[in-house]
Design a protein around this ligand. Structure first.
Ligand code: SF4
Length: 921
């Protein structure tokens, strides 16, 4: 479509706004309420332009073919100036001193201090501040009621926490609940902070400091969950560094900026903001990535190596610590053989560090005993998706959610565990996509779902077969797709005879009519998408769960087709996909190439200059068992607090104590570090160079905004130094070299490099060459199985490893919470602790009544392995007979309770089903 802007012809896409046309012409007009992330509202009228004979708001007016748009009309300019004068009339003149969009617009239009403070008649409105929240501050006097923050909260985050209150010129934003901000529904995603054009809403650091031009901005990738949000880290040095959380909180209008770090040259983070062009997050983040960074300079950081002497960990030099590691690992290898040493690699660390650690184990130590925490979360995804489709990753990019018309969300609570994706799914549901949630808990998304299938924990496979049976019975199966692209339909169809709705109801507790409605929504959708989480994998039959869930996508022809939303696991930790991709697995080399394949081993051996051991190594649970029997004598634990996060902690502790020598490479004195013989201080994601792979197989760059504190080193440097201490040379001087070497050995990563990622920001694997753009959507031609066809799985339901009984009548489900991440090691060392200071047991009010419990009463929770206590919180978000805990707090050590039951295929623990008994504490 062609329009003219100030007489110059401009081509714009059909449906463009006048504002888009103006910008396409390389011109700008003032805007205040406009934000590219939001629908236009036209409320501020600062973008008025002339279009033909009319004066219109450019942001809300569609450009018409041949429109004559003018931004240089004097009448319009005078009107805009008057509009802005009226907007600021009741604001304090000090608003002009803030580096805000409003101040910039005033500057551009020549609106000076005389327009403020009642047009020079008197001070501002006296509407007050709200400093109740640790991360989000409101100065109501600065609010111009443009509503951007409200729309950000509604249209991007989907929390609906904010509203505009008051009348006329006193209209301001406020929490919808009416009380202080901290007691509102706000989830502190920071969207309102980033969108506010006037400084009325700000973050913990006063705006002038965070936005000052002397700040350095480093683009990196979030180190919390597997969504992979692109973040900009703002750092400043020396005299201008403020305390991240000033106390008392300064008033940006009157107080000088504090300067507590004036005596140091060390840079400090003053803010982290989501990147507007972030490939996954598109300018959005959550409370963890956006605000929870104070841990990085916590006084608890490990800043020097520690060695155990006479039973105590004592600080020492790197030379001393590395010499001890080299001596002990050499002694144990020479005395007991290389397979007596095992390493647990880190899903929090970069690809390059994981690549180095598995190379260290295979080449310098000479064993395949290396694993990572995908073993205890998504190993069933890798195994199940590989068996069904051929590759060990999700099938589609997150972007495919944008046009899914039915999302089947299973065993995942993304509004808490993967908040940016949770918000995206919420928006899809609010905008017309049908949402079916399968989860024993009533999660945030279950509340807005069209159908919530609330099956008993451990019933997944039966429910998936029940849905498949209904797809078949109702003719919602894509027979042509099955005939041309899938195997195993006859076997599966025969098995489905055993799963009529009545039997599924017996096994799961789900009423047939609700199951039927879920099947109808999924079965009749144009583009159905499956998204799932640990509620599918962390079961005794987790791989069966993944495979039978994937059946549903195959039956609908919804994978590997333009109308297929695919099957997409929400990977838990920031780089759990990458740690496995890099071969930190006992049976697989980088790119999931089998160690049992002679040709693969030969190729790696030739490149690495040493043969790769042919026998698969031990999985994490097997490492613990082997430590107890003396087969494993040394454990090298890199970036994992296994004593808090792995199941049956008593068993894990016994294994750690049984090992002769334990190395912990960590950033905090975790329970595991405190039990180690040597502690090597590593670096956080904010101090590293490398890459992560997110949940949709996207490589993105990680860049250091800070140096590691004290004597701490990057984990890349530490693993390199450990190799040297053992007489080895890993041959990769830099992280870029490590990824380049990995890419040369791994066809599916062959086109990926730091240099290319610096240019292109993100690349999906497979990416087989320098000109390959990467495959965002897999299997469009054929599946990656040996015969190119999807393999349907005819696997019967089997009961969980541990079921409630008369002695232990309740089922404990463990999982994540929004504010604290995993073991809480990082988030508990930030103001997130003020938001959620402790853990509590979620219990259904009916059960509480039976047990004589009131809200807040201490509850003793006992399983066959141990007992802990936590305050109870009464909520029907958990079903009767079920209770819920996270393991973010060491004093509520949920993993003392969880069992050693594991998935029969992958050894992934059954975290989601633990039989417990409860008693008032
Ligand atoms: Fe980080 Fe995940 Fe939050 Fe994004 S959604 S900011 S990746 S924790």
């Amino acid at each position: 479509m062609r329009v003219r802007v100030n007489g110059t012809p401009v081509e714009v896409p059909e449906g463009s706004s006048v504002l888009a046309a103006v910008r396409a012409a390389g011109l700008e007009v003032p805007t205040l309420c406009h934000d590219e992330r939001l629908s236009p509202s036209g409320s501020c009228r600062a973008c008025l332009v002339r279009s033909g004979s009319a004066i219109v708001a450019a942001c809300t007016t569609p450009a018409a073919e041949d429109a004559d748009i003018r931004t240089d009309d004097e009448t319009v300019a005078a009107t805009v100036r008057r509009v802005v004068e009226l907007t600021v009339e009741r604001l304090p003149a000090a608003a002009l001193d803030l580096p805000t969009e409003l101040a910039a617009v005033c500057d551009q239009l020549g609106v000076g201090p005389e327009a403020f403070d009642g047009a020079g008649q008197g001070p501002g409105r006296g509407l007050g501040r709200d400093d109740s929240h640790p991360y989000v501050r409101l100065d109501a006097d600065l609010c111009i009621a443009c509503g951007r923050c409200v729309r950000m909260c509604d249209e991007v985050q989907g929390t609906f926490a904010l509203t505009l209150v008051g009348r006329g010129a006193d209209t301001v934003v406020a929490p919808g609940t009416g009380g202080p901000w901290v007691e509102s529904a706000c989830v502190a995603c920071g969207g309102c902070v980033d969108s506010c054009p006037s400084g009325a809403i700000s973050g913990p650091v006063p705006l002038p400091v965070a936005a000052a031009p002397t700040a350095t901005v480093t683009r990196t990738t979030c180190g919390y969950c597997g969504v992979g949000c692109a973040l900009d880290v703002h750092t400043r040095t020396a005299k201008s560094n403020p305390d991240p959380i000033p106390d008392p909180i300064p008033d940006p209008m009157t107080d000088p900026i504090p300067d507590p770090m004036a005596d140091t040259d060390e840079p400090a983070i003053v803010a982290i903001t989501p990147a507007l062009d972030g490939p996954v997050n598109r300018g959005h983040a959550c409370v963890k990535g956006r605000f929870a960074y104070d841990f990085v300079r916590s006084p608890d950081r490990l800043t020097t190596p520690l060695v155990r002497r006479a039973g105590r960990l004592e600080p020492t030099t790197w030379d001393d610590a590395l010499a001890l590691v080299g001596r002990e690992l050499t002694r144990i290898r020479e005395t007991h053989g290389p397979d007596s040493i095992a390493a647990i690699s880190s899903a929090r660390s970069t690809n390059e560090e994981n690549y180095l650690l598995q190379k260290l184990m295979r080449t310098v130590i000479g064993t395949n005993n290396v694993d990572n925490c995908s073993r205890i979360c998504h190993a069933p995804s890798a195994a199940g998706l590989t068996a069904t489709f051929g590759l060990a990753g999700g099938t589609n990019a997150a972007d495919d959610l944008d046009d899914a018309d039915c999302i089947l969300l299973v065993g995942a609570n993304p509004t808490e565990a993967h908040p940016v994706i949770g918000a995206r799914i919420m928006q899809r549901a609010l905008n017309g996509a049908r949402l079916v949630v399968i989860d024993p808990r009533r999660t945030g998304l279950a509340r807005v779902a069209d159908v919530h299938l609330r099956g008993r924990p451990g019933s997944n496979v039966a429910v998936f077969h029940g849905l498949a049976r209904l797809l078949l019975d109702n003719g919602w199966v894509e027979e042509a797709f099955l005939a041309t692209r899938a195997d195993g339909w006859d076997e599966l169809r025969a098995l489905l005879d055993e799963y009529p709705p009545a039997r599924v109801a017996e096994l799961s507790g789900i009423e047939p009519a609700i199951l039927a409605e879920a099947a109808r929504l999924f079965g009749t959708a144009r583009k159905p998408s499956i998204v799932y989480g640990l509620g599918v994998t962390e079961h005794a039959h987790g791989t069966d769960g993944v495979r039978t869930l994937a059946n549903l996508a195959v039956l609908r022809g919804a994978v590997g087709t333009p109308n297929g939303g695919g099957v997409n696991p929400l990977r838990g930790q920031n780089n759990v996909q990458g740690a496995s991709d890099m071969g930190a697995l006992p049976d697989l080399l980088p790119g999931y190439q089998k160690v049992t394949d002679d040709a693969v081993r030969r190729r790696f051996g030739e490149r690495w200059g040493t043969p790769v051991p042919p026998r698969p190594g031990l999985r994490i649970p097997e490492m613990f068992d082997a430590a107890l029997t003396g087969k494993v004598r040394a454990l090298y634990v890199f970036g994992e607090d296994i004593l808090q996060t792995d199941p049956d902690s008593g068993h894990v502790r016994a294994a750690v104590e049984a090992a002769e020598f334990v190395v912990s490479q960590e950033i905090f004195p975790s329970a595991t570090a405190l039990a180690a013989d040597v502690v090597l201080p590593g670096a956080s994601f904010l101090e590293k160079d490398g890459t992560f792979v997110n949940f949709d197989r996207r490589f993105q760059r990680v860049r250091p905004a800070l140096d590691p504190p004290g004597l701490a080193r990057t984990d890349f440097a530490v693993v390199t130094a450990v190799a040297r201490a053992l007489g080895g040379d890993l041959g990769c001087p830099t992280p870029a070299d490590a990824l380049a070497e990995c890419a040369r050995l791994t066809p599916v990563f062959a086109g990926i490099s730091h240099e290319r990622l610096d240019r292109e920001h993100a690349l999906h694997w497979p990416c087989r060459g320098p000109d390959d753009p990467g495959e965002a959507r897999l299997y469009e031609q054929e599946f990656a199985t040996p015969n190119g066809r999807a393999q349907l799985a005819a696997l019967p339901w089997a009961p969980p490893g541990e079921s409630p009984d008369t002695a232990y009548p309740y089922t404990l489900i463990t999982g994540r919470r929004l504010v604290h991440y995993n073991s809480g090691t990082m988030t508990r060392r930030t103001p997130n602790l003020a938001l959620v200071p402790d853990e509590h047991l979620e219990i259904n009010p009916d059960d509480a009544l039976r047990l004589g419990l009131r809200d807040g009463d201490l509850v003793e929770i006992a399983s066959r392995r141990g007992s802990i206590a936590a305050p109870g919180r009464l909520t029907d978000d958990v079903a009767p007979g079920e209770v819920f805990l996270s393991f973010a707090f060491p004093d509520v050590a949920a993993n003392l309770l969880t069992s050693g039951e594991t998935d029969e295929v992958t050894s992934c623990p059954e975290y989601k089903v633990t039989a417990v008994r409860l008693r008032k504490g």
